[in-house]
Design a protein around this ligand. Structure first.
Ligand code: ZN
Length: 200
């Protein structure tokens, strides 16, 4: 029946039926962490921006629900117990264009899976920033400096959630804003990170 096919979950990696992330694809994920510098900031990611992970991130950005389900399971693998997630902010223009807030949606799905995790959506972009695509690392930093702030004071430790970390300038700015608002320790969880980590 077509109706059964529509409601049967499909793996975001290998397209096999039965779950949004099959055991084989799940066990092939290699979680790794690295440090951004000046200031030091730890980033944990599930892989590089390539292959099926990239394809799934592209689909999730265009609104595919099954990819949100599968990718939220990948975030789940990386999140320590009782984490407090702060979604990296999306510009209002992008939210309007897409019709939804990508990272906000991913965060909400993670919380549905993990009752010990909470979402603390305190970061906002304070001004219009240029699209980061095509900018050099220095240009990205300049583009974002002072552009993110917390809407209220915070206390304790936080995990910034982002989908793709490239030069790291966005998540650095998120961490800076959280610390300015009172956060203690901050680290980053990202679905994927740039292929070229040598720039760090
Ligand atoms: Zn699979």
């Amino acid at each position: 029946m077509l109706i059964d096919l529509l409601f049967t979950p499909m793996c975001i990696g290998c397209k096999s039926l039965g779950s949004h992330l099959c055991l084989g694809c799940r066990s092939a994920i290699q979680i790794a962490s690295f440090d951004l510098r000046s200031p030091t900031l730890e980033v944990v990611s599930a892989g590089q921006y390539e292959g099926w992970l990239r394809d799934s991130v592209v689909r999730y950005k265009s609104g595919a629900r099954s990819d949100v389900y599968g990718l939220s399971q990948i975030v789940d693998l990386m999140l320590p117990r009782a984490s407090r997630i702060v979604p990296a902010p999306t510009s209002p223009e992008k939210v309007r264009d897409r019709g939804f807030d990508t990272i906000g949606q991913l965060s909400r799905q993670v919380v549905r899976r993990r009752r010990d995790v909470t979402v603390v959506p305190v970061l906002r972009l304070t001004r219009t920033v240029r699209d980061q695509v095509g900018l050099t690392a220095d240009e990205r930093r300049a583009n974002l400096t002072g552009a993110i702030r917390s809407i209220r004071p915070v206390q304790g430790d936080f995990v910034v959630l982002d989908d793709v970390v490239t030069t790291g300038s966005t998540v650095q700015e998120c961490a800076r804003a959280l610390k300015k608002a009172g956060a203690d320790r901050v680290f980053v969880i990202s679905l994927c990170a740039s292929r070229n980590r040598g720039y760090l």
